[in-house]
Write a protein that binds this ligand. Structure first.
Ligand code: ADP
Ligand code: MG
Length: 242
């Protein structure tokens, strides 16, 4: 089976600033990949390229069997296959939790109202919020809102989920409940790429850890590399806790 995600020598600049300087890695179905690294190392940019929120300058990029290096990309198919969750939850405040989740299935998949509501109930169950269908986002904690954002992604039945520092804005106790949801998705076999600062979590949940530094994959391997780094840079990074 071909990888779900494959990057080969991907380059990306913003104006004169080279941000990705030849990034290569691949992710197989069911794998959980954690991307770690200092702020500014290109983690978010790499993730955004996978959902074509950014285009790449050169190299090869395939996601869910689509070639994203060229111009001819079926964005609808890509956005259906790839779920992305950010640090900010971006829920519509004037819509209930159910309505937020129903939006994309209704508009993209042309799903009927009652079917979409049932789907919302199902995915909310998966994030432990089955009873908050009719709540408004402001009635929920930050951790609960982030779980709704994850449920909203799940409603599109993505083949791969991307998480960009989804707990960075949360207090420690709320962080825990969101990580628990992600861990459960991993146990259920979801293919995931997580950009995270949660080192213990990455070590426990990931199959592959990628340490990015200065726009490149500086070191990658099984989670053991975090306790046993080969490079002095990763050693410094993990020992500093960041
Ligand atoms: P990380 O997620 O690892 O912190 P980013 O991918 O967000 O890193 O950013 C890497 C570098 O790219 C940073 O120097 C950042 O300022 C720059 N950058 C990111 N997005 C843009 C953009 N849209 N325009 C210009 N520079 C950007
Ligand atoms: Mg980032």
């Amino acid at each position: 089976m071909p990888p779900i995600v494959e990057l080969k020598d991907v380059h990306k600049s913003f104006g004169p600033v080279a941000v990705l300087k030849g990034v290569s890695f691949s992710v197989d179905k069911g794998q959980v990949v954690a991307i770690i690294g200092q702020s500014g190392s290109g983690k978010s940019t790499a993730l955004r390229c996978l959902d074509r929120l950014e285009t790449i300058d050169s190299g090869e990029l395939r996601v869910c069997e689509q070639e994203l290096s060229g111009k001819d990309v079926d964005l609808r198919a890509l956005r259906r296959d790839v779920g992305i969750v950010f640090q900010s939850y971006n829920l519509f405040p004037h819509l209930t939790v159910a309505e937020n989740i129903m939006l994309a299935p209704r508009s993209v998949k042309k799903m009927g109202r009652s079917e979409a509501r049932q789907l919302a109930a199902d995915v909310l169950g998966r994030v432990g919020l089955a009873d908050r269908l009719d709540a408004y986002p402001e009635q929920l904690s930050g951790g609960q809102q982030q779980r709704v954002a994850i449920a909203r992604s799940l409603a599109m039945q993505p083949k791969v989920m991307l998480f960009d520092e989804v707990t960075s804005a949360l207090d420690p106790e709320l962080t825990g409940e969101v990580l628990k949801v992600i861990e459960k998705l991993a146990a259920d076999g979801m293919t995931m790429i997580l950009v995270t600062h949660e080192m213990e979590f990455a070590q426990r949940v990931a199959d592959l850890v990628i340490y990015m530094r200065d726009g490149k994959v500086h070191e990658s391997g099984p989670p053991d590399i975090m306790t046993n780094p080969s490079t002095p840079e990763l050693r410094r990074f993990v020992s500093a806790g960041q």
